[in-house]
Design a protein around this ligand. Sequence first.
Ligand code: NAP
Length: 249
Amino acid sequence: MKRLRGKVALITGGNSGIGLAAAQLFAAEGAKLIITGRRQDALDEAVRQIGHDAIGIQGDVADIEHHAHVAKTVQDRFGALDVYMANAGVITIAHSAGVTADEYDAQFNVNTRGVFFGVQSITPVMRDGGSIILTSSLAATKVLQGHAVYAGTKAAITAFARSWALELRERRIRVNVLSPGPVDTSILSKLGIPEAERPAFLQTMADLIPAGRLGEPDELARAALFLASADSTFVNGIELNVDGGMLLT
Ligand code: NAP
């Protein structure tokens, strides 16, 4: 039995990395998929890879009108939504002393504001009993060098999730957080770390993980499927760490 049979799922940042892996798995498990992202070429390629009549909507999660457009498209095309995975995110690693206001806003606008207004716009078109998944980060809990702003963006959404789990209780919509450790995706090439220093940085990360390696996008996708599906009907308001044990070190 497919675990998302007959369900409609939307994943922001579904054209790459963890979001794309989750979209592929959700579609294979019977869901109709809508993905979003800014790059149209990456969206087109992701829609092709996902198959199963997935659709892509181009836009920026920091733009509130984009969320209104997404919600209307969901309603027009599918009637209602069962699973919303707020996954789009960006990261820049920098010591706080050198962070400009623009750099600060760039991360908060996508990782925090984008999640808040995405959920605000989409909940009216969600079916009662649905599932909302917010992709946070291990960095929200574990202190990592140069991650102060990024950690703040992600810690905020964990707080949102707890409030929303209660605010949406009458509608039986569950809200959970998926918290990845370092995962091998293209975000690792956008950290702001010089190319020459990246291998050493990634090795340092791997050494901190009891599993001895970075995670794979599919390992996060399987955890997201758990939170999206009826396998987790009594799981609400949690933060699910999928980090190979890195939180322990
Ligand atoms: P990724 O491959 O770079 O994917 C990021 C996704 O977010 C892309 O689809 C990107 O699409 C989208 N995105 C970024 N800014 C956007 C914006 N303003 N509007 C709409 N879409 C936007 O990285 P990933 O590793 O899969 O990251 C997914 C999530 O996991 C992020 O929230 C990230 O913070 C979190 N995370 C990742 C790791 C890791 O080590 N990989 C660890 C902890 C947490 P476009 O570029 O086309 O806009």
